[in-house]
Design a protein around this ligand. Structure first.
Ligand SMILES: Nc1nc2c(ncn2[C@@H]2O[C@H](COP(=O)(O)OP(=O)(O)OP(=O)(O)O)[C@@H](O)[C@H]2O)c(=O)[nH]1
Ligand SMILES: [Zn+2]
Length: 189
């Protein structure tokens, strides 16, 4: 089933009533439909597979690390349905056939998993596992730094607190040196 926008609209109208609002006042009339459209975008990754975006694989003569740093990421915390946002760093070492993907495809892959109800740890591993599966590289590293609005605007209220998660596969897991090289590239500002 794809995203059922009519059902989201009905539910949002119910929420507005439940919080004591009047869903029929001018400013709120179109809100259920707007939220439905926003959710369709925010959760579109649920209906995409990594293979849909990691399609272009070129053979190039490069078997060293490729790293795209500071990929802006917006996701939705599955506990509170509020955003968490930050940056993702995605690196891999191509296999000996030199199979690489377009750089933008790494950012698209991040979005496939970010546009779902998520926890940061799972999103990080899913990106790493998808890259391993589709590109069959010698190794993958994914590091995500994010701020969770559920921790800043509400609840414990700790603005500025950043959560860092990493997932390493293949050579990045087995070789301390390779992992350290990637980390130094990710952290140098
Ligand atoms: N591990 C992990 N926890 C997360 C993530 N996003 C939100 N959380 C946490 O999920 C937890 C949910 O805790 P609960 O006690 O069930 O919910 P709550 O009463 O709203 O918790 P508070 O946020 O502490 O007010 C909170 O500690 C959040 O900080 C995430 O990506 N990964
Ligand atoms: Zn949350």
């Amino acid at each position: 089933m794809n995203i059922d926008q009519a059902r989201i609209e009905k539910a949002v109208r119910e929420i507005l009533i439940a919080i004591g609002e009047d869903p029929d006042r001018d400013g709120l009339l179109d809100t259920p439909a707007r939220v439905a459209r926003a959710y369709a975008e925010q959760f579109s990754g649920l209906h995409q597979q990594p293979e849909d975006v990691l399609t272009k694989v070129f053979d190039v003569d490069h078997d060293e690390m490729v790293l795209v740093r500071d990929i802006e990421v917006y996701s939705t915390c599955e506990h509170h349905l509020v955003p968490f946002h930050g940056v993702a760093h995605v690196g891999y070492i191509p296999n000996d056939k030199g199979q690489v993907t377009g750089l933008s495809k790494l950012a698209r892959l991040v979005d496939v998993y970010a546009r779902r109800p998520q926890v940061q740890e799972r999103m990080t591993s899913q990106i790493a596992d998808a890259l391993m599966r589709v590109l069959e590289p010698r190794g993958v590293i994914v590091v995500i730094e994010a701020e969770h609005l559920c921790m800043t605007m509400r609840g414990v209220r700790k603005p500025g607190a950043k959560t860092l998660t990493s997932a390493v596969r293949g050579d990045f897991r087995t070789s301390d040196k390779t992992r350290a090289e990637a980390m130094s590239l990710i952290l140098c500002r």
